[in-house]
Ligand binder design. Structure first.
Ligand SMILES: *Cc1c(COP(=O)(O)O)cnc(C)c1O
Ligand SMILES: [Zn+2]
Length: 388
């Protein structure tokens, strides 16, 4: 449980008491309008974990930053992980698995991060949590706050899918619709916590968001009989989920529990491709006009761009973009082949796998995991447009 924070950029180390959000040195260069600078990573005492961790009776608390006595009464995770022989028949790959994280309580993987942040709020005695979101992080925070008896203050683009807005309101959050983009909402939420206080849950801005999302990677490993899959496809917006998946396997590797990393595949929408371009060209540029049916990954300025890029490069993965047409088509294929109704964003990973099946980017026999990050009922308007 003991850990330190390390700045991803300058590698300076801090105790938990010294910092809360970004690296105080690198983060001071951060200005609204660019990816975050000085995002912190949690570094455990891996030697100690290596000694204590036992695959016969795995104690996952060793990889958790917040003592379980602070956990809210809100159960997340333990979502299904299974093989789909029907997808294998349709595609040119022979070993395809699904991690269905749309089955979290508020319907997305974001519940994992919100859960841990509410636990952290309990630890420090804070009663309000604040976030900006394209929708799911806000639904997740609103729900985790409801379960944990906290107040949620949420900045969200007014254009977010209705179901997500309904979730936030029913859970009792204070919802501030922003007449602008997610990036505008992000800036406003930072201003809010600076002036009014509250714990800021913005993705990557608070380092524990990465740790919360990490649990999906640990779960995949455990559900896969403690084997590392060859490839995991992840839908990428701000780049925190993919960094979390990376962190899970990094932790396991550092603790000498595994000796290889899965290849991480970054999937973005064509118009929301800042991280994709950064991976491919090595140069960072904002995505000027993200406009996609995949609303959960519609981001102009991805906050965790640097770490996401590293996750792909260090695992020898790659990045790919998919069009809206490919996404809605994959959404349909996923539903009528596996029975899983995923939101457009989450369906993008199947679109990507379909797109590369004739190229040699992934071996036919590799164990492939599609990370399904959000439930289809979050947004029925999009598929409705494509049905007669
Ligand atoms: C937020 C979200 C993503 C992308 O996660 P990032 O950490 O922003 O990259 C993918 N899928 C769904 C359903 C999401 O809500
Ligand atoms: Zn730093």
């Amino acid at each position: 449980m003991s850990f330190i924070y390390r700045c991803q950029e300058c590698k300076r180390e801090f105790s938990q008491k010294e910092v809360q959000y970004l690296c105080p040195i690198c983060g001071s260069d951060y200005k609204v309008g660019m990816p975050l600078k000085g995002v912190l990573e949690v570094i455990f005492d891996y030697k100690k974990i290596a000694k204590k961790f036992d695959l016969e009776q795995p104690n996952w608390d060793l990889f958790c930053c917040v003592d379980r006595k602070y956990f809210p009464e809100y159960v997340v995770g333990n979502t299904p992980f299974f093989r789909s022989s029907r997808l294998e028949k349709k595609l040119k790959f022979e070993n395809i698995w699904i991690k269905n994280d749309g089955l979290n309580p508020s319907g997305s993987l974001k519940d994992r991060a919100s859960f841990l942040l509410v636990a952290e709020a309990n630890r420090i005695g804070e009663d309000t949590l604040v976030t900006a979101s394209t929708g799911n992080a806000a639904s997740a925070l609103a729900s985790a706050c409801a379960g944990g008896g906290k107040k949620a203050v949420i900045f969200v683009p007014a254009s977010a899918p209705k179901a997500k807005l309904v979730q936030m309101r029913l859970a009792g959050a204070t919802v501030i619709p922003v007449d602008g983009t997610y990036d505008d909402a992000f800036a406003l939420s930072l201003q809010y916590t600076k002036e009014k206080g509250g714990l800021n849950r913005n993705t990557a801005y608070h380092p524990l968001t990465i740790e919360g999302k990490k649990t999906v990677g640990l779960e995949i490993f455990a559900q896969n009989n403690f084997q590392v899959p060859d490839v995991i496809l992840v839908p990428v917006g701000d780049g925190v989920i993919i960094s979390g998946v990376y962190k899970a396997f990094y932790d396991l590797q550092q603790a000498k529990i595994i000796d290889k990393m899965p290849r991480l595949i970054c999937v973005q929408a064509e118009t929301s491709n800042a991280i994709h371009n950064y991976i491919v060209t090595g140069e960072y540029k904002n995505a000027p006009h993200p406009q996609t049916v995949a609303d959960s990954i519609s981001v102009s300025i991805p906050s965790n761009a640097h770490m996401a890029r590293r996750a792909v490069l260090e695992t020898e993965g790659f990045s790919i973009t998919v069009s809206d047409q490919e996404i809605v088509s994959a959404q349909k294929t996923l539903a009528n082949t596996t029975g899983i109704f995923a939101e457009p964003t989450a369906s993008s990973v199947l679109a990507a796998l379909e797109k590369i099946q004739d190229q040699n980017m992934i071996h036919k026999k590799d164990q492939i995991v599609l990370l399904i990050t959000g439930h289809g009922l979050k947004d029925i308007d999009t598929p409705l447009k494509y049905l007669n």
